[in-house]
Design a protein around this ligand. Structure first.
Ligand code: DLL
Length: 431
């Protein structure tokens, strides 16, 4: 299913021509309207005319979350506030939130790209979609809402949390699709199972994102709910959900290249990496009016696929995010990503996909402990079984990350469930 064939199936030459034209227009708008960028360009000795197309993209300066914070709240907006019709903000768990703004055209483009995503996941006007992303300053709720409205699906705007209501809606209103974080959907699945309601729901597809999740997590969700689990990616600074999305082939997320130009850079040298390499994902917005950004460093790790997808879309695809540059734990000098641990745990099959990673420093030595929920039966049976499983999981994790780990098996429901983005790591080394 393709929402906008004209754009989504353009050949590379056409798409690059469009991107070049939009980039040049954007550079001019930004130069005259955003003093922060004008200064940066002047420091680099860059004039508007120096950017003639996407081949000159690398000349532009990078933008970081800190730049947005330093210009908090509206300092990087490129239009007067009278043209800003909506503001969103990131949660800001560390420091000031980053504030983003949208003009009427921005909102229209946003719902267009989310519509493409939903349609790509097989959602149409025949579907009922339960939108369980939080409504509010977070972009998830209203972002998905705009796209679902454009597709013409029937929206059930549940927002995040209130699991009782979510379950009631799943059973009574019979949605065929749901959008929420993967971790929250697992929680809903667990509750449905406990209440023996799994056969009372009509879900067929889930549109999941806003946090990293592994292929093994996908398998687990698909198995537990007997649905298709589709990835949707985005970040508020660039637009919100819909920057890229998976089609039903589930082989990388199609980037809305008519709105955003992707790059992969080495996070240390900041140099663009050769095609196909994994590195930090960087986006330049080319149609955004309220908050256009040059080369925004997402901190997300991925790689780009340039081949045309089986679905017929020609857009560049990004591989599943494997982690964030600031997510990476350095434990006794070894780089460890939470996604590696998740993958190892789910590979085993006997564990629940609920886990928590604790990092401590004891006598100047970093220690890693993983708590993982296992079925109740392991606690009622003889102790030997529990010990054997602990050994098996420890071995599996060590094989993948290469350093020692202490595994603690815990009873179901020990680990706090999340209603939005899951928190998987507690790093107590710097407390
Ligand atoms: O999480 C936007 C969103 C809402 C995306 C709903 C998808 C669905 P932020 O709160 O700004 O925006 O967080 C953005 O979340 O840089 C990634 O680290 C992470 N993220 C988002 N989608 C995915 C995904 C929204 N599909 C940050 N896979 C991003 C992995 C994701 N990580």
């Amino acid at each position: 299913m393709i929402w906008n064939e004209h754009i989504e199936c353009m050949d590379r030459e056409q798409i690059e021509k469009l991107q070049s034209q939009r980039l040049c227009e954007m550079v001019e708008r930004v130069y005259y309207n955003v003093p922060f960028y004008r200064k940066k360009m002047q420091v680099l000795g860059l004039e508007i005319g120096d950017i003639k197309g996407i081949e000159d993209l690398h000349k532009l300066p990078f933008t970081t979350k800190d730049d947005l914070r330093e210009n908090y709240p509206f300092g990087m907006f490129a239009v007067p506030m009278s043209q800003v019709v909506r503001v969103h903000a990131s949660s800001g768990t560390t420091g000031l939130p980053t504030v983003v703004g949208y003009t009427r055209n921005d909102l229209s483009n946003w719902s267009e790209i989310v519509a493409r995503a939903l349609y790509g996941a097989g959602v149409s006007k025949e579907d009922r979609i339960q939108n369980s992303y939080g409504y509010g300053l977070f972009t998830g709720g209203l972002g998905l809402h705009g796209g679902a409205e454009k597709v013409g699906a029937t929206i059930l705007p549940l927002s995040g949390g209130n699991t009782r209501k979510q379950i009631q809606s799943l059973v009574d209103f019979e949605p065929t699709a749901i959008s929420c974080t993967p971790s929250y959907l697992l929680y809903l699945a667990e509750t449905l199972k406990e209440e023996e309601l799994l056969d009372k729901i009509k879900l067929r597809v889930a549109i999941l994102g806003a946090e990293p999740w592994t292929e093994n997590m996908r398998k687990e969700i698909e198995k537990q709910l007997n649905i298709k689990a589709i990835d949707i990616y985005g970040l508020s600074e660039i637009m919100g959900p819909g920057v890229s999305f998976e089609c039903i082939n589930q082989c990388g997320s199609h980037i809305a290249e008519d709105h955003f130009i992707p790059e992969i850079i080495d996070p240390k040298t900041l140099k663009p990496l050769p095609r196909g390499s994994e590195g930090e994902l960087v986006f330049t917005t080319i149609t955004k009016e309220a908050l256009p950004l040059f080369r925004y460093r997402t901190k997300d790790l991925s790689s780009l696929i340039y081949e045309t997808c089986e679905c017929g879309r020609t857009s560049v695809r990004m591989t599943k995010i494997t982690g964030r540059t600031d997510d990476m734990l350095i434990i006794r000098g070894v780089n460890v990503f939470p996604s590696q641990i998740e993958s190892a745990l789910l590979e085993i099959g006997e564990t629940q996909p609920h886990y928590m990673i604790y990092v401590d420093r004891v006598n100047n030595l970093d220690t890693l402990e993983v708590w993982v929920e296992v079925d109740e039966k392991f606690f009622s049976d003889e102790i030997k079984q529990l010990e054997a499983l602990t050994r098996k999981i420890t071995k599996q994790i060590v094989n993948i990350i290469g350093i020692s780990v202490k595994v603690k098996l815990v009873e179901p429901k020990t680990i706090l469930r999340s209603e939005g983005k899951a928190k998987r790591v507690v790093d107590r080394r710097h407390i």
